[in-house]
Design a protein around this ligand. Structure first.
Ligand code: ADP
Ligand code: ADP
Length: 229
């Protein structure tokens, strides 16, 4: 079947800095793809282009048959809200809200009534094994618990693609493994796809397939050694 999300010959510069110089990637439904590469190689820029956060200078992004690169800012923002979920390295939970309120927030913004939004939020916190922190604020929990709550918040709208940019970058390796296991298990249950950006082979080992990016150009990694690096 056709890939769900495709980036082709993507180019993007920031002033004199060339971030992408012909990068491409295909993501199919249910697939976990890791974008690997050294710091500054263009991984985040590729994710931002594929997710419709920034518009590439050249090349095309297609999602589910639609040309994302040709969409207006408003159309891309509507697409992100309805189809995509996001997990970043840190700083994504609202500090004034409890974890339950944080996870319910995307549903509340979409018009779901409070009781129903919080019922679904509680289920996702349970699935991510952080049901016990529902009533706590982000400052009262560990980094790993916060990232699992952030994963719950990314999944509560049942996105078809989850974009995860260094989701374990601020955690020790044990907490990072718990976050990755929870993320991949939860997403696999929903049939969604994950585009994972990481510079850590240990994190990329959770993917089905790896794409290397170097100096703004991507290439498929032919075989992933069993058990990672
Ligand atoms: P990675 O995620 O692999 O670390 P990035 O995609 O963040 O790489 O960055 C690729 C290059 O583009 C780097 O040289 C970075 O400094 C530059 N860059 C990224 N975003 C911006 C921006 N908003 N303004 C200026 N330069 C940027
Ligand atoms: P995780 O592996 O989920 O990151 P940790 O091993 O870091 O969990 O934390 C274990 C427990 O210690 C947590 O259940 C949490 O209650 C508590 N804890 C850790 N860090 C903090 C913190 N910064 N503030 C409050 N409690 C914390």
């Amino acid at each position: 079947s056709a890939p769900l999300l495709t980036g082709d010959d993507l180019r993007k510069s920031f002033g004199p800095t060339v971030a992408l110089s012909g990068a491409g990637l295909e993501l199919s439904a249910g697939e976990v793809v890791a974008v690997m590469g050294p710091s500054g190689s263009g991984k985040s820029t590729l994710l931002h282009c594929l997710a419709g956060i920034i518009r590439p200078d050249g090349g095309t992004v297609r999602y589910d048959g639609r040309d994302v690169s040709a969409m207006s800012d408003g159309q891309r923002s509507a697409l992100r809200r309805s189809e995509f979920g996001f997990v970043f390295q840190f700083g994504q939970l609202v500090h004034e809200l409890t974890c339950l309120e944080n996870v319910a927030l995307p549903l509340r913004l979409g018009g779901t009534k409070r009781a129903e939004a919080e019922r679904q939020a509680a289920q996702w916190l349970d699935r991510l094994e952080v049901g016990d922190v529902a009533g706590k604020r982000p400052g009262e929990i560990s980094g790993g618990q916060g990232q699992r709550a952030a994963v719950a918040r990314a999944l509560v709208t049942q996105p078809r693609v989850v974009f995860a940019d260094e989701p374990t970058g601020a955690l020790d390796s044990l907490s990072g493994e718990r976050v990755m296991t929870a993320l991949v298990d939860a997403v696999k249950q929903t049939g969604a796809a994950i585009l994972l950006v990481t510079h850590e082979p240990r994190v990329a080992a959770y993917s089905d397939r790896e794409v290397m990016i170097r100096d703004g150009k991507s290439r498929q990694v032919e075989s992933v050694p069993a058990g990672g690096a």
